[in-house]
Ligand binder design. Structure first.
Ligand code: CU
Length: 215
């Protein structure tokens, strides 16, 4: 149903869609009722006004139903939030540094880039920090957004589900060139990622692992 390019898309879009459907339903219902009452109880049709002193049944219905609906919204939102703060242990760490007005990325082994390269189907842990003011790390296609502060490390994670190129934006106004503070995330097959990042194929890496184990 959703374009599942990251592990968060279906849960975030699910709550969004549910909230949207409920809102549109009530917008239509209330508007129709308002118009209906305006016509039905206009002075022409109903010249003598009546005083109504409450209605217990109605009070219970219009308190109960909205309460249940917002609790359902909260429940879905909470489930999605829990998933977002629960970083898998085997996630690959990448340090993300924000500064006016660019993003930079540092990988295990010390390699630096200004485009974020990640392997597909592998959890990535982002360690976010800012060199100057507040920024916000945003990958719209992945439904991932986290504010980035100076002097404080923040953690986010995601797993890309499809290879491709997606935008990274800054979504916290951070000065003159804020609107140009874009980068890209490039999701590639793991093999290609290893060659690109470490100049090594999967077999090289396995060999290296075995050699270091032997020591
Ligand atoms: Cu910024």
């Amino acid at each position: 149903m959703f374009d599942d390019v990251s592990n968060f898309v279906s849960s975030v879009d699910g709550v969004f869609l549910f909230t949207l459907i409920v809102s549109v339903f009530f917008l239509v219902l209330i508007t129709v009722l308002m118009i209906f009452f305006v016509i039905k109880y206009s002075r022409k049709r109903n010249p003598k006004g009546t005083n109504i002193h409450g209605n217990m049944g109605l009070e219970i219905v219009w308190t109960g139903i909205p309460t249940i609906l917002v609790l359902i919204m909260f429940w879905f939102g909470w489930q999605g939030y829990k998933e977002m703060v629960d970083v898998p242990e085997d996630a690959m760490p990448v340090k993300v540094t924000a500064q006016m007005w660019k993003w930079s990325f540092e990988y295990e082994g010390g390699k630096n880039t200004d485009t974020l390269y990640v392997p597909v189907n592998k959890p990535i842990k982002l360690i976010l920090q800012s060199n100057d003011v507040n920024h916000s790390f945003f990958i719209p296609a992945f439904r991932l957004k986290k504010d980035v502060f100076p002097n404080r490390e923040r953690i986010a994670w995601f797993e890309a589900k499809e290879t491709g190129e997606y935008d990274i934006a800054c979504s916290e106004y951070c000065g003159l060139n804020h609107s140009y503070m874009y980068s890209k995330i490039i999701v590639m097959p793991e093999e290609e990622f290893n060659i690109r990042m470490y100049g090594m194929s999967e077999e090289d890496l396995k060999l290296l692992e075995e050699m270091t184990k032997g020591n």
